[in-house]
Ligand binder design. Structure first.
Ligand code: PLP
Length: 389
């Protein structure tokens, strides 16, 4: 591919203000790519926090049933899914004591919850504004901030997690949006109800807060807040969730935002008319009703997380305590080196130097067999024997 700019054109100087400074998001290495490059088979991917069980049986059946209508545009309003989601979210116990139920008007569907993060930036943030988020927080926050030409204010972490006092102190007249990942990726840390409510209460009205709850369904800690229950109480709050993680539908791209209807109405004007595809709409609606698959996924994750922790303990490695479906492990040498050595063993993990954690590695909880594969490979790698099997 020609790298030279055609004569008379300088595309970089033509690009919108934030664009030349963007660093592309680095996804986890796909299995096919590793097997192609290394000439191996049977590789294991523990790199993108995907559900190792895959989609549930109800979602699979719904996808099959929807295949025959692929010549039609999807329902651009997402009527059926929003109705099901509203009922699902309103039925949660934590909403019973709050003022109102969630209606379809509170909801925004996105091509992954990443699209809702981007919609928040595109809808509310201009190059004159600032966006506040934490060190070690999810990589998409700096990207969507930079893409709209705004200034990112990155606050220092506390014990690898969000320091909401530092975030509050960073809020100025120019702040338009704060991102909070709860729990956070890649650290697996979380913020509790009281701290989060205090933060929300303290904010001026010109600041929107987006709580990213991509791993909400995995968390089982007393004091872990259900952001959706607070949407009525804090009108400047946007909560995002996704079908990519516990529901096992990352490949279909479907996430959603819950917010004040006026905020959702603004997102609805900015978004693409058919941003969510018809297979995703059908699959998500079915997945919502598949409580068995969600419970099974949660169970496998709990056991797997313990398995990974045991591996670390056996190897004398420390890790950041996680409430999600991944573990961030501290290593005696650069995470990138261990990542590369694990690739030779056919195990894909995630180096996170780009998150300011050069001596950690993030490992997604897999099936029992996959976790065991990882444990054996890591043991070999740290023992110094990194030759190929
Ligand atoms: C995985 C993840 C998402 C979800 O992305 P989708 O676009 O819904 O697939 C969002 N936020 C965080 C922190 C994540 O780790």
């Amino acid at each position: 591919m020609a790298k030279h700019t055609p004569a008379g054109c300088d595309f970089v100087s033509l690009a919108a203000p934030g664009v030349p400074g963007l660093k592309p998001y680095e996804p986890g290495k796909p299995i096919d790519e590793l097997e192609r490059e290394y000439g191996i088979a049977g590789a294991v991917k523990l790199a993108s926090n995907e559900n190792p069980l895959g989609p549930g049986p109800l979602a699979m059946a719904a996808i099959r049933a929807a295949l025959g209508s692929l010549h039609r545009y999807p329902d651009g309003s997402g009527y059926a899914l929003k109705k099901a989601l509203a009922a699902h979210l309103s039925a949660r116990a934590s909403l019973a004591c709050s003022a109102g139920a969630i209606t379809p008007d509170h909801l925004t569907l996105g091509n992954g919850s990443n699209e809702v993060l981007e919609l928040a930036a595109r809808t509310f943030v201009t190059p004159a504004d600032e966006v506040v988020f934490s060190e070690h927080a999810f990589a998409v926050y700096p990207i969507v901030t930079q893409a709209v030409g705004a200034r990112a204010i990155v606050t220092p972490a506390r014990s690898y997690g969000h320091d909401l006092d530092a975030m509050r102190a960073a809020v100025t007249e120019r702040t338009r949006l704060c991102f909070i990942a709860n729990p956070n990726n890649p650290t697996g840390t979380w913020v509790g109800s009281d701290t989060l409510a205090g933060f929300l209460r303290s904010l001026p009205n010109h600041v929107l807060v987006l709580i990213d709850e991509a791993y909400y369904e995995y968390v089982d800690e007393p004091g872990y807040p259900d952001g959706v229950a607070w949407v009525e109480r804090f009108p400047n709050l946007i909560v995002t969730r996704t079908f990519s993680k516990i529901h096992g539908l990352a490949g279909l791209r479907l996430g959603y935002g819950v917010s004040h209807p006026e905020v959702a109405g603004l997102f609805n004007r900015v978004r693409q008319p058919f941003n969510v595809n018809s297979l995703a709409l059908a699959a998500a609606e079915a997945a919502l009703g598949d409580e068995g698959h969600v419970a099974r996924s949660r169970r496998v994750n709990r056991a797997g997380l313990r398995q990974l922790e045991d591996t670390c303990d056996a190897l004398g490695l420390s890790y950041i305590p996680s409430v999600a479906n991944f573990l961030c492990i501290a290593l005696p040498r650069p995470g990138g080196d261990v990542y590369a050595a694990l690739l030779c063993e056919g195990v894909i993990t995630r180096p996170i130097a780009g998150y300011g954690l050069p001596e950690h590695l993030r490992v997604t909880v897999g099936t029992e067999a996959e976790n065991a594969r990882f444990a054996a490979a890591l043991t070999r790698v740290l023992g110094g024997r990194t030759e190929q099997r």
